[in-house]
Design a protein around this ligand. Structure first.
Ligand code: NAG
Ligand code: NAG
Ligand code: NAG
Length: 347
């Protein structure tokens, strides 16, 4: 492996260990990184009291450390993910823009990912969720250090799905055989049905957005169980579809009042995080460092909460709302509970 090695999670872990005893005393901890997409800083009740949909995330904050001045490395998707996984900013790792469906490249193959480093150290490594760091050839996650991949190759607005209407903004469903394709809104692609992969195999196309959160939770639980049974430490990178638009949530429909679809989707994400924490705890509480953060702030006009940016556009900008994201670290017995850190941090 080349040097310097990726350091995002490791630096956080080592920094947090400063609160307790030396690393070596604990053997090798598991790492779970839950990366929410386009989640506003104020989308967590722990950060913003007006948000009521996140009891599990708020509990995570109460039982761990909350970082209030934490910034993603970029305010868009691919650059933010590339930096998280390599520990290098886009100016160095080469990923300064989002990859498109038609992109043939991806995160440059000479870059070292955190998964590669941990796999080399004996970890079982899994990526569940959205990749968006290249989907052709060896840019696929199965060739970037992950033993296991279950998820979508890029954003779920970069392909049509079967769940129209009940989303924000509404995009038409995939055209049926013989029916003419309807032209979607400016952010809807209708030509390629969004694929769901397990490793390098497409297991569903178009993906069913309504059941995606449940499937991610199941696969994550299975991965954690499998790694625990094998006795190997694990690294799970769980890159959620939430809160990226179009928002798809399972029936029943959310009440017309209140936060509507956005609130329902936020609740669904919160429940998913709660489930992962529960599974991680049940396989040895205290063995796993769980880190929750986001890729970038909310885009404007979709119902999220991004206080502090003066109402200016958020995602894709260098306004504070574009890159100041929620960040929580939970590791019972190692990270003290109910702590708030005001340190300026970025992956
Ligand atoms: C990968 O190659 C590019 C282009 O030569 C270079 O700019 C970059 O620094 C290289 N990355 C590493 C980790 O060596
Ligand atoms: C994906 O990889 C995992 C780990 O190697 C393996 O257990 C599983 O059977 C693979 N699934 C498919 C569909 O290839
Ligand atoms: C998608 O998933 C939902 C929720 O599990 C289910 O009710 C629906 O029938 C699925 N749609 C398709 C096309 O399979």
């Amino acid at each position: 492996m080349g040097t310097p090695s990726p350091r995002a999670v490791l630096v956080l872990a080592v920094a947090l260990l400063g609160f307790s005893a030396p690393w070596a005393a604990y053997g090798r901890p598991n790492f779970i990184v839950i990366l929410a997409d386009d989640v506003g800083w104020g989308d967590l009740g722990a950060n913003w009291a007006e948000t009521k949909e996140t009891p599990h995330l708020d509990e995570l904050a109460a039982e761990g450390m909350r970082f209030v001045d934490f910034h993603s490395a970029a305010s868009t998707c691919s650059p933010s993910r590339a930096s998280l996984l390599t520990g290098r900013l886009g100016a160095r790792n080469g990923v300064t823009h989002n990859f498109a469906i038609t992109s043939v490249g991806g995160l440059p193959l000479n870059e070292t990912t955190l998964a590669e480093v941990l796999r080399e150290a004996g970890y079982s490594t899994g990526a569940i969720g959205k990749w968006h760091l290249g989907h052709h050839g060896h840019h696929h996650p199965s060739f970037r250090g992950f033993n296991y991949f279950f998820g979508i190759p890029y954003s779920h607005d970069m392909g049509c799905t079967d769940t129209p209407g009940y989303n924000l903004p509404p995009c038409p469903p995939c055209p049926r055989l013989g029916a003419a394709a309807r032209i979607g809104g400016k952010d809807c692609y209708t030509e390629v049905a969004l694929p769901l992969f397990e490793n390098v195999t497409i297991v569903q196309q178009p993906v069913n957005l309504s059941s995606l959160a449940t499937r991610y939770a199941e696969e994550a639980a299975r991965f954690i169980r499998g790694a625990s049974d094998s006795g190997r430490p694990f690294f799970l990178y769980l890159a959620l579809a939430h809160m990226h638009v179009p928002l798809g949530v399972p029936p029943p429909p959310p009440p017309a009042s209140g936060r509507g679809i956005y609130g329902a989707s936020l609740s669904e994400m919160d429940a998913l995080v709660g489930r992962i924490k529960q599974v991680a705890d049940s396989h040895g509480k205290g063995n796993t460092l769980l880190w929750f953060t986001g890729t970038a702030g909310n885009p404007t006009g979709c119902g999220g909460s991004t206080p502090g940016n003066g109402g200016s556009s958020a995602k894709r900008t260098t306004w504070e709302g574009g890159h100041r994201v929620p960040a929580l670290a939970y590791w019972p017995g190692h990270i003290p509970a109910r702590q708030t850190s005001h340190a300026l941090l970025s992956p």
